[in-house]
Write a protein that binds this ligand. Sequence first.
Ligand code: DGY
Length: 348
Amino acid sequence: MAMNAARLRKIVVCKDLGSAMPLLTERDDLEVIRWTEDRPCDRAWLLENVVGASGIVVCFQDQVDRELVNAAGPSLRVVSTISVGYDHIDLKVMAEHKIQIGYTPDILTDAVADSAVMLALMASRRTGETTSFVKNNQWPVFNWMPFAFCGPQLSTTPFSPTRTVGFLGFGRIAHAVLARLAAFGITHCIYTPRPGAAPQPARDAQLQARHRLAALTPVDLPTLARASDVLFVLAPGGARTRHLVDAPFLRQMKATSVLVNNGRGSVVDSAALARALAEGWIWGAGLDVVDEEPEVTAAHPLVGEPRCVVIPHIGSATLETRAEMAGLTAQNVLAGVLGEPVPVALEY
Ligand code: DGY
């Protein structure tokens, strides 16, 4: 039997959680208000519906700021985001109001690492150009030539026995990428540590031994730019990382290098990258995230670049991982509104 409306705890859901929704909707002690359209949740709808909510389910497209927290009012206990990234959440405001944050680290690590390696291969082996070539009916008139459509090889070869992989952002996903690249015979790994972070020689020695690397070294940004054959951007977004990859950075990269971004679009200056590709400062780019997303159309300069492979922020989009993420997001918000410990809570 339905409980008195006044005793129902309200949860506003900005993203449909698919098979995990019944965890919330089948309870008679919750009122679940859902954004059901197939596009990012309208801010005005959210501000109107969040009044009196105990929990909110968001994704990285929804800004969780003072305006939203004030609109919800003092009942708000938890924000559960279906993402590992949390640069869309104002941590200062959350701390002021003692609101818990649920998020989904770890379970998406492998899916994102897989897609990072995929993008590195696609960008170096010119998949954007070659798939367009076939779609444009050019294969039948193509005179196969030894050097047509060649690109730099990701794996080492007896003739090219060293390969340096660089990481801007060296957390869990970077480590999972490195593990995959060990099979490609990568010999050297460099990364830039988070500003102010203590050096981690023991961890680095362990990673180096595990992946049989000749060297694994923390470096500064200019060295990262200059020495990487493949550079993976896996840094979080926010003011501290905004446009770290800009024109001066890109100008220092090798002409045969490939840039992959699976972190946040804001870390890479799109205009500078488009110029770097058009003028051959670097070989190619594989992007899962773009600064201007989701406003990335065929007219975007990066989409028009033949050596740029762009996919629409789907690094974690496997059937298995998204189901896990949705389940955890529902569990996190449920625990938070019931006043129980949130299963995977951000420490902040
Ligand atoms: C995240 O989790 O932060 C990704 O960007 C979306 O899967």
